[in-house]
Ligand binder design. Sequence first.
Ligand code: FRU
Length: 493
Amino acid sequence: MATLPETQQVAVKRPELHFTAKKNWINDPNGLFFDGKQYHLYFQHNPNGVGHGFMSWGHAVSTDLVNWTELPIAILHGDVADIFSGSIVVDHENTSGFGNGSVPPVIAIYTAAAKDETNQSQAIAYSLDGGATFTKYEQNPILDRGSKDFRDPKVIRYESAEGSFWVMVAVEAIERRVLIYRSENLKDWTELSSFGPQAATAGIWECPDLFQLPVAGTDELKWVLIVSLNPGGIAGGSGSQYFVGEFDGTSFNPDQEQDAWDSLEFETLKQGRWLDYGRDFYAGVSFHGLPVNQQTIIAWMSNWDYARELPHGGWRGSMSTARQVDLVKDSDGKLEIRQCILGLPTAEETEQSTVNGEGRIELGSPALIELTTAGAVAEPVVVSLHRSDDTLISEISVESSLIQHRREAGLVSHELYSSNQRLPLPTDIDELLVQIVLDHGSIEILAADGRRSLTDQLTGEAVPAYAVVRTADGTTANVGVQTLRIQSTEINA
Ligand code: FRU
């Protein structure tokens, strides 16, 4: 099937609930941090075009995680190296010595990726103006293994009774390993341990994250390791798996050890834990600077299978909504991540209806549909989404699984784009709540109280004009629909 030439620019409507750059290419979120007042989002960015290249860190800030103000590029690529993904910490104790005595230095830890592809090593840059501008450390790199695929450092502050130190997780991508390092000053690093290969390994490992999460309803805290991989994700192409376990300051030990599956089969992959079951939720990482009971992640809402070839409007790529996460126990007593979309504006009115048979629902934009059915429905409940000219854009079918059928209705003609994604639903629920967030160009579905999520681009599609809900005889669905009214809160940049 033909793909659109990279240069083809079309009228792609900008999302309202999701971050997009004013122009040019973006991919992974980088250096997410909260400074006490504002959320900072840095992102992989090409300042020169709509393709992946000249990778630099773009920068945006927000007070509500929905309205973002884009600021000038924070870290620009150099002559010999691109600035690949990484993280940010605020060095309150000035362990790095970059501080000037008045403000704590904000330190970016990123991968310096040689443009000739001969080396990837870790480097740092410091900011003395709260994260607006950065100075690259003159003694970079700070960590070089002589590897071509060593990248995506995520640094956290590890606190223990014996004291605090910095911990970095980064991948040896081809080896499917997460390496764990320790430092006292962010400049000198000692290798502690490594994790993997385990579970899904059909693709290379990228963008790891290690953080603590509370177990809902208890005082317990557990450690979570996120590993994105590409390809080999549960929905095909890029995907994000996670492991729940313990981190003792040296090594990460998952509660369940798993074999390494070099498999692309859904039946094998579904044994793992996945952050999302859609096509477009990749490289998700958490914010530095938020308390453990407010851990929040944002992901890149795309997939390397087709990201470079999707139509664009002079800008290409967007971030997911921000998701607050915690842990809950599944029916086997295993812990799984639960997500809650943050910052959704409260709607002025909610329209409620009960569908028994077929019901048509008009949608505003952006829209939130909340569908509630009795736990295990015998026959599927189907929600189809249409344009005003009746074209079918996508269809969601809820039974023991939730299936999202992405139609090739509009601008995208790419052999890997049109696909059906399946999300196995938990079996231990009496009432199933499905939340569907519709913005221009995307659908985000949270099911079973946020225990399952499915994120797909609907590239080039404005929010659908109406939905049709169908239930089989004897099955009833309650449907609530809200139009989300965005309050503009531009930050004076
Ligand atoms: C993940 C990734 C990272 C890398 C970055 C380059 O999407 O491939 O591993 O640092 O993108 O833009």
